[in-house]
Design a protein around this ligand. Structure first.
Ligand code: HH2
Length: 298
């Protein structure tokens, strides 16, 4: 569904619909020993499930469970078996403890996505944008999964480095490459209203390139799909604020999220849910009041 401006008013998930009449928050549940900001903190399933419950209590709308890091220092790829061993007990635990909360699985592997969908996940968050596993697009289509197509280049071990960060024009190139992956999804039969797009902040992008794509989000939003952004605690924020410790980057994250909201993003992937919930709800209320004032004045 879209409103008059081509902006989707909802995102169709596998079983439910996420209304986009307010900012939506994807709470991050990293079940990894090596994630750049919270690696190892929630490796035990019970700790990860308790963390997920906390994120929902703080206002997360969706839980994004991932078992393979793409850390900027270069990540060690994880086997299918190991990734399944990490994420499945957590997805199953969340489904039984928080049955009303949609779950997204952050994976580039169709086998992992399939097991997660079997266990009740509704969204496949593929940071390779359906590039790395030739089975992924078909699987998502066959299962009616919602999909986040994120922009990146390279493989798991180098996609969050600068190895592929050479662009003729970063914004145009990102839009073109995302457009190509949207066609892959649609040709495989993924329904257009199940697809969200994400510019892949920090993925094959230096800080100035991440800033350029954030500034140009209206062009991404004009593709007509919900826009997801993942700025949380990322390196470009540390470079601007001087905060070296990722968990100290919450205020910088808030600044980036609020601007992304004003430029068309509607779904925000964050570690610090409470800060994002409060900041985005207040920013949204002001934007809505502004829209009403324009209507009154018209
Ligand atoms: N960023 C990361 C992982 N998954 N998914 C989407 N859709 N968008 C993003 O920007 C994104 C993502 C990287 O962050 P994180 O999970 O915190 O770290 P790590 O890759 O080290 O696990």
């Amino acid at each position: 569904m879209t409103d008059g401006t081509n902006a989707p008013t909802s995102w169709r998930l596998r079983r439910s619909e996420l209304m986009l009449d307010r900012p939506r928050i994807l709470g991050i549940v990293n079940v990894t020993p090596d994630s750049f900001s919270d690696g190892g903190a929630f490796l035990a399933p019970d700790a990860a499930i308790a963390h997920a419950e906390r994120l929902v209590a703080e206002g997360a709308d969706v839980l994004d469970v991932g078992g393979e890091s793409t850390r900027p220092q270069g990540a060690a790829p994880v086997s299918v078996d190991e990734e399944l061993r990490r994420v499945m007990p957590v997805i199953e635990g969340i489904r039984s403890r928080l049955p009303a909360v949609p779950v997204s699985v952050d994976t580039v592997k169709a086998t992992v996505a399939e097991a997660a969908l079997d266990a009740g996940a509704e969204i496949v968050n593929d940071v390779s944008g359906l590039r790395l596993d030739p089975r992924m697009a078909e699987l998502c289509a066959a299962r009616g999964a919602a999909v986040i197509i994120m922009h990146s280049r390279g493989g798991v071990s180098d996609m969050a480095t600068f190895a592929h960060a050479v662009y003729a024009d970063v914004v145009s190139d990102v839009l073109e490459e995302l457009g190509a992956q949207l066609r892959v999804a649609e040709q495989a039969g993924v329904a257009a209203d199940r697809i969200a797009v994400d510019p892949g902040i920090g993925f094959a992008k230096r800080s100035e390139q991440s800033l350029a794509v954030l500034a140009a989000l209206p062009r991404l939003a004009a593709m007509g799909h919900p826009v997801v952004v993942g700025v949380s605690r990322k390196r470009f924020i540390g470079e601007i604020t001087g905060e070296r410790a990722p968990h100290e980057r919450v205020h910088g994250t808030t600044g980036a999220n609020v601007v992304a909201l004003t430029r068309g993003a509607r779904v925000f992937r964050v570690h610090d849910v409470r800060a994002a919930r409060e900041a985005l709800d207040v920013a949204w209320a002001v934007l809505q009041a502004g829209a009403a004032a324009v209507e009154v004045g018209a």
